[in-house]
Structures are given as C-alpha cells and as structure tokens.
Design a protein around this ligand. Structure first.
Ligand code: AMP
Length: 401
C-alpha cells in the first residue's frame, strides 16, 4: 500500500513527501481509512509505530473542509514533551496546508497561550490540567470541535489524569469523533471507552508486547554495583544515544552527575526541572550534543529520538506495561535497538511477568572482567551519617518523576 491510496489532499501529501515517508506503517494502513470515514477509533499501538501520523493525517484532511480560525480538533497528551512533539508533527506534515496548531500545557505563561488562541488556530494539543484551566476561564472555545484525540490514554491514567479527562469530556457539548490511542488497555481505560466512544473500530498493532526489533538482555547485579556496571558497559559497548531509566528523580540526578564526572556527555530529565531545562535536555539529546539521557518514566514519555541505540533500565520498571513503554523508545521504525535491564534479587516477579508477555526467557548476561563480588561500601557510624540524612530529607528530591 502507498500513501496515494488514502486520497489525501495534495497539500497534506506535500508534507508526507517532505518528511520522506514512502510506505504507510501498519497502524497507518489500518487506522487512516476508518478515521477518514468519521468512525471512532481505539488504536492499540505503542509510540514508534507511526501512530501520530495515523491520526494527524486524516485529522488534517477533515480540518481542511472546515472554516479557518476556530478549533476543530483537540489532542490530549499526557506530557508537555509529547504535546510539543505532536505539535511539531502537525506543523511538519501540515506545512503546506496553512493549518495552525498550538500546544497548551502548564508551567508556562497562560497569557501567551491566550493570545495565540485568540489569534485563531485549528488544532490544539494540550495536557489535561492546563486545558481545563482554559476551559474554566473560558479562554478556549471548543464549541466547534469535530475531532478529539486522547493520546497515550493508559499513561494519562497512570499519571492520575482520568478525572481531568472526564471533566474535559463533560465540557464538550457538540457531538464529535473520538480517537483513543493506548499501548495497553487497563480496566479503567476500557470503561472510559465504553462510556465515551460510539461504535468504535479497534485497530491493534501486535499486542502490548515490547517491539520486536529490540534485543532484550538482563544484567543481574547487586544494587550497590549498578553505577560501576553502567559505567563499565558504556565504556565497552558501542553505543550511539543511550536512554537510561531510574526509579526516582533523585536517582536520575545523581546518576547523571556521576556519569558526567566519569567524562560522559550525560544529563538528567525529570518532572522537577523547569520547562526550559527539560526542553534544553531534549534538544541536546536530539542533536546529539548529549549522548546519555538519564530519565524517569513520565519525563521520557513519547520521546521521539530516532537514533536511540540503547535503553538501559538502571532500575527495573514497575510492571510489564512500563517496560513496554520504556523499550518503545528504541528499535523504532526500520531501526534496531538494545534493551539492557539491571536486575537485583528483588526484581524476580517483574522479570517473570515480562518473560510471560515476550513468551520467551530473557537472556541473562554478565560483563566480562567486571568485579561482581566487590563489597558494598561500609556504612559510616551514625554520628557521621546524621547530617547526610538531614540533607536528603530537606532536599525532597527522591519523589517519582
Ligand atoms: P510515532 O509512533 O508517531 O511516535 O512515530 C515514530 C517515528 O516514525 C516518527 O519520527 C515519525 O516521523 C516516523 N514515521 C511515522 N510514519 C512514518 C512512515 N510512514 N514512514 C517512515 N517514518 C514514519
């Protein structure tokens, strides 16, 4: 199948060509025709499958038929980074359409967003909290909305956004087409689908197993040796861009600093950083001036950097879904990737879960020449340790994301 068969407007096809897309991905083949027919869609697909273009292309086709200067489509995203990326995809694919989009999220000036909204846009890509703020202040007009996209619904549920989504849905009075994308289908999302979507078409790419173009390896290691092991691995493996996941913001900061001290071009990405620092970290990672990004789960959501060669789970993800999301950052379209996961004895249950989903045992590897039996650092006597503990508590840096 090729893109011509979708009969997209020539102005949209110009964007497809400019981005160098020649063949639609499986999710695009399955999702674009029913979306163009106006059907509601449940898209079960991970990032890296081409799902953004799967909804952006038919959505733009629809918007071209509508009057300009009013919001015809809204896309709800779990994170600012994903909102920005989606907006960029719209700008690039729609470069010849004249359609205007805006990203709307918290942590930045509301006034600036209001000015942009007043100047007339056709698509808004928004995080739930800030979108609600605008709705409650009547600074956004969704009364002409024709298409609503709920992107990465499972992640929004994980982040506690479900009540916000429901409040947003209550504000949408006009009947509209709803497209819901999710890598997994937890019970609450299933319920949301039943309550919200009308006779939806389900489009599923694979199932929620991690992408097949990724090799999965486990590195059993004691907790206290993880930092030395990652340094040794980064020194001896041929890596391009590496995304490292830690369990907490504090661990992300600390590991990024330790890697920098060892001479690696590394930085941290997590939700405590100001928006401009997060964006700078992402930009540096994209243009490869930073080679190692140490991130928490939520901060790395939707991260679209095509050249990620390795994902390293410095800390085991909480469950298979989180593993799938993390691993989805590598092995993207037409590329291969490697996923390395550090496991301690406490991680056995999640490992079993992942092996069940992958339907195969994961390969366990050890790094040649690495001293796995190095002792844990001695614990200092309580008198010396006290000020350290106090500093940690006042820093409050160990929360998630
Ligand atoms: P997504 O799953 O939407 O995050 O897309 C992952 C990456 O695939 C993005 O960089 C897209 O630009 C790219 N992509 C999307 N559709 C295609 C296609 N048909 N051919 C090649 N690359 C694509």
């Amino acid at each position: 199948m090729n893109f011509e068969e979708f009969n997209l407007d020539p102005s949209i096809m110009a964007g497809v060509k400019a981005l160098g897309y020649t063949t639609p991905t499986p999710i695009q083949v399955q999702a674009i025709p029913p979306i163009m027919q106006g059907r509601d869609i449940i898209g079960l697909a991970q990032t890296g499958t081409g799902k953004t273009a799967a909804f952006v292309l038919p959505l733009m086709q629809h918007l071209l038929k509508l009057p300009r200067g009013r919001i015809g489509a809204a896309i709800i995203s779990p994170t600012r980074e994903l909102a920005e990326q989606t907006c960029e995809a719209i700008d690039e694919l729609g470069q010849k359409t004249g359609l205007k989009s805006i990203s709307v999220y918290g942590g930045v000036s509301m006034d600036q967003q209001i000015r942009r909204l007043r100047s007339g846009v056709e698509v808004v890509v928004a995080c739930p909290g800030r979108l609600l703020d605008h709705l409650w202040k009547s600074t956004i007009d969704l009364s002409h909305l024709e298409v609503l996209v709920i992107d990465e619904a499972d992640r929004m549920f994980d982040m506690g956004f479900l009540p916000d989504i429901k409040s947003i849905l209550k504000c949408l009075i006009k009947p509209h087409q709803t497209l819901l994308f999710s890598a997994t289908m937890p019970a609450d999302i299933r319920r949301l689908v039943q309550e919200t979507l009308h006779n939806p078409v389900t489009v599923q790419i694979g199932h929620s197993a991690p992408v097949a173009s990724v090799s999965h390896t486990l590195y059993p290691v004691k907790q206290h040796l993880k930092t030395q092991l990652i340094i040794a691995i980064l020194r001896c493996y041929d890596t391009d861009s590496v995304l490292v996941f830690t369990r907490t913001k504090h661990r992300a900061d600390r590991l990024a600093m330790q890697l920098k001290r060892e001479g690696f071009k590394a930085t941290a990405l997590h939700g405590d950083l100001a928006q401009n620092r997060r964006q700078a970290a992402l930009d540096d990672f994209r243009d490869e001036s930073i080679k190692i990004l140490v991130a928490t789960d939520i901060a790395a959501r939707g991260l679209d950097v095509l050249s990620i060669s390795h994902v390293i789970n410095f800390d085991m993800p909480e469950n298979t879904d989180a593993y799938t999301h993390r691993i989805g950052r590598t092995g993207r379209i037409d590329q291969r990737g490697d996923a390395l996961t550090f496991v301690t004895s406490a991680d056995a249950a999640v490992v079993r879960e992942i092996e069940t989903v992958l339907k195969a045992p994961l390969e366990r590897r050890t790094l040649k020449g690495f001293n796995y039996s190095a002792p844990a650092p001695e614990i200092a006597p309580a008198r010396v340790q006290r000020p350290l503990i106090r500093r940690r508590v006042s820093g409050q840096g160990a929360g998630r994301n």
